[in-house]
Design a protein around this ligand. Structure first.
Ligand SMILES: [Zn+2]
Length: 691
């Protein structure tokens, strides 16, 4: 079995040609599919599903460079190509999934004698396909089928528009400062980075953008209230009717139309609302189960969150004579309180986390745990000079895939951090194999001057998270792309592998592998590590409530959407805040207008997934706490079950196989310090509440 993986070439890319290639390929696939269906009426894996898998892989190869570059190196030209491509893809996908003859052919394979002889992964692909045909409207009468396809096409355009508005309004704002006094409080690192940004535009002084590293630095450290208020105002009103931004990027109408379109699609298929449609492919199954889960967690965390905020108010009053804390004061005084209570500043850790050492340490942890080896490929053909490419092998030195790391913030790159699959692992019809490729993208501070890039512990956590996704994608044992790696996994189970990996950032033996002072080469001193651990659960209930508010807002919005109401987005957001926020938010805050996860990403009626998966990840990690965090036997079991099987099996089945029982929320509550040691053995709840 030969490895025939071909790495994409980014330096020689001809974008217009790529757009044209995709167009031609989609047409070719449609013809090929029609021919396949006409050739025989006796369908089986080899004469129908294997060719379909091949066609999907070809589409993925043509689409990956376009979609990836659109996220990390956006240009006007690329946008045009991307928008055409996404529209054509949406049409293609609908044409395939609404093809009644194809649906019947796949159904015939499921009902036939071959099905029981197929591998579990092949059976999963057939089951997923039959489900997805229905979710694309294959059963609908012709007119409604067409309507569904048109709505789907419209949705693809709207979500792209939403994302572009966020990016454009983010990038159009900058703050030029020439009076250093205004920047009092800012760490050296942030100042140096802003100075470099100013120099790049031939300006004196310091230049700040709304990119995450700049926003975080100003909101957390700037002593000047007005400056903090100004950046908060700009950041929290991006792409909206408020704030300093051009109103041409206002997402208000786009958001309404997105919700309207999703609701109409769900109703055409007979679902009461989009949340039910969304759950048809998820682990949680019913809206009531999601709402109960979120409400139970909120009930557990709210009293402590209120107490944490009261402590912050007391602290600001006693030490800074501040009577009222505004939204733009929270991060600033929280950081002061953290430093006061734990004598630890987030910035103080940067010198111990030079990016390259952290990456090597992370790989060394994966070697120790699972035997994986990562080798840097020096002369990689990549889209930016900062990007690194690694080949990845297993304990038997067998090549398993490739990983790209693109870590630093820059213009034209979408904010946030994410991992995407370029290609998935798959066995070809002739027995050869293509290996998986993953992209890990972050937005950390780039190196400044002659120093290496220095990360905060939060950055390290983010890197571990995204590499957790990558490990799942690259170390799959499944040979069928549609359910290999991260493919085919229910959305609310995808974050298990990533959040699981974060745990190693909090263990001293692991920290000793990733932390080393960039000048003195010292390990992180035990005293500093202990401070880090003591501060770990600082304001953890407030953080939990923040995530739960996002999740409840998203879920209620998609459950309760009413075509007759026009201001429902802000109304539901306000209601959720009223019930669960521990401090007031200004009325002009337009958080929803930049909430790309649900309006542009795949988290619509699915943001709860983070917390849902965190329960499973915490509980899985608790077995490593029992057996040792580098216990290879436990590592091998985790690698084979939850990491290795991709979407071929139900996540709950895999979890029980690994853990020996169903998940309990206790591990999560203990990890975040919300309960101390008390055991309640609460299962993930199934009690119904109305939604
Ligand atoms: Zn993630």
């Amino acid at each position: 079995m030969a490895d025939v993986t071909q790495l994409p070439s980014f330096t020689t890319i001809d974008l217009p040609a790529l757009g044209q290639q995709l167009h031609t390929l989609l047409e070719k696939n449609c013809t090929a599919l029609t021919n396949l269906l006409q050739k025989t009426s006796d369908y089986n894996w080899n004469n129908l599903l294997q060719p379909m898998e091949d066609m999907s892989a070809a589409v993925e190869k043509a689409w990956t460079p376009i979609s990836h570059l659109h996220s990390v190196a956006d240009t006007e030209q690329l946008r045009e190509i991307y928008n055409t491509a996404i529209s054509e893809l949406s049409d293609y996908h609908m044409a395939v999934m609404q093809n009644a003859a194809l649906y019947q052919a796949v159904a015939a394979i499921k009902a036939g004698p071959e099905f029981s002889q197929l591998e579990v992964a092949q059976q999963a692909i057939i089951n997923h396909l039959l489900r997805d045909f229905k979710l694309a409207g294959v059963d609908l009468p012709a007119a409604e089928k067409k309507q569904f396809a048109t709505l789907n096409q419209k949705l693809a355009k709207l979500t792209t528009q939403f994302q572009e508005n966020v990016l454009d309004s983010t990038q159009s704002w900058q703050k030029h400062i020439t009076d250093k006094k205004l920047l009092s409080g800012l760490p050296e690192h942030a100042l140096a980075s802003a100075k470099q940004a100013a120099e790049r535009q031939q300006l004196s002084g310091w230049l700040f953008s709304l990119d995450m590293p700049d926003y975080q630095a100003l909101i957390t450290y700037a002593d000047d209230n007005e400056l903090r208020r100004e950046i908060y105002f700009a950041f929290s009103t991006r792409a909206s009717d408020q704030g300093p931004h051009d109103k041409k990027w206002d997402n208000s109408q786009t958001m309404q139309e997105i919700l309207h379109t999703r609701h109409a699609m769900a109703q055409l298929l007979g679902f009461a609302h989009y949340a039910k449609y969304s759950l048809a492919t998820k682990m949680a199954k019913t809206p009531s189960r999601v709402m109960t889960f979120l409400e139970e967690l909120a009930q557990a965390a709210l009293p402590q969150a209120k107490q944490e905020f009261a402590d912050l108010v007391d602290f600001a009053k006693t030490h800074y004579q501040v009577d009222t804390l505004h939204a733009w004061d929270i991060a600033y005084y929280s950081e002061k309180l953290r430093q006061y209570a734990y004598a630890v500043s987030k910035e103080g850790f940067r010198p111990y986390f030079p990016a390259e050492h952290v990456i090597n340490g992370l790989f060394a942890i994966l070697t120790r745990l699972y035997g994986m080896q990562f080798t840097c490929m020096g002369s990689a053909d990549v889209w930016h000079a900062d990007v690194m490419l690694f080949s990845v092998s297993d304990a038997d030195k067998k090549l398993r895939g490739y990983l790209y790391l693109d870590l630093y913030a820059r213009q034209g790159k979408r904010d946030g951090a994410w991992m995407t699959d370029a290609y998935a692992r798959r066995k070809l019809a002739n027995g050869d194999r293509e290996l998986p490729i993953g992209f890990v993208t972050c937005n950390f501070n780039a190196p400044v001057g002659n120093d290496p890039a220095l990360l905060t512990h939060d950055d390290v956590n983010t890197l571990f998270h995204e590499c957790g996704h990558a490990v799942q994608h690259l170390f799959t044992v499944i040979d069928y792309a549609s359910v290999a790696g991260i493919n085919g996994i229910p959305w609310d189970a995808v974050e298990i592998a990533s959040q699981f990996m974060e745990n190693w950032c909090w263990e001293k033996p692991a920290i000793d592998m990733i932390a080393q002072h960039y000048q003195t080469k010292e390990l992180l001193p035990t005293e500093l590590f202990e401070k880090l651990i003591r501060a770990k659960n600082f304001q953890s209930a407030m953080q939990t409530m923040r995530q739960l508010q996002f999740a409840l807002f998203d879920f209620r919005l998609h459950c309760e959407y009413d075509t007759k109401q026009t201001d429902q987005i802000q109304v539901i957001l306000d209601q959720v805040r009223e019930k669960y926020a521990v401090f007031p938010t200004p009325t002009w805050n337009r958080f929803a207008h930049g909430f790309s996860h649900i309006f542009a990403g795949g988290y619509a009626a699915g943001y709860y997934s983070y917390k849902w998966a965190e329960v499973l990840a915490s509980d899985a990690f608790s077995l490593f706490k029992e057996n040792g965090i580098f216990d290879q036997k436990t590592g091998a079991a985790f690698l084979y079950t939850l990491l290795g099987q991709g979407g071929a099996q139900e996540p709950m089945t895999l979890f029980i196989q690994f853990r020996g029982r169903e998940p309990s929320i206790d591990a999560l509550l203990r990890h975040t310090g919300i309960i101390a040691t008390k055991q309640t053995n609460k299962k993930v709840s199934t009690n119904p509440v109305s939604c």
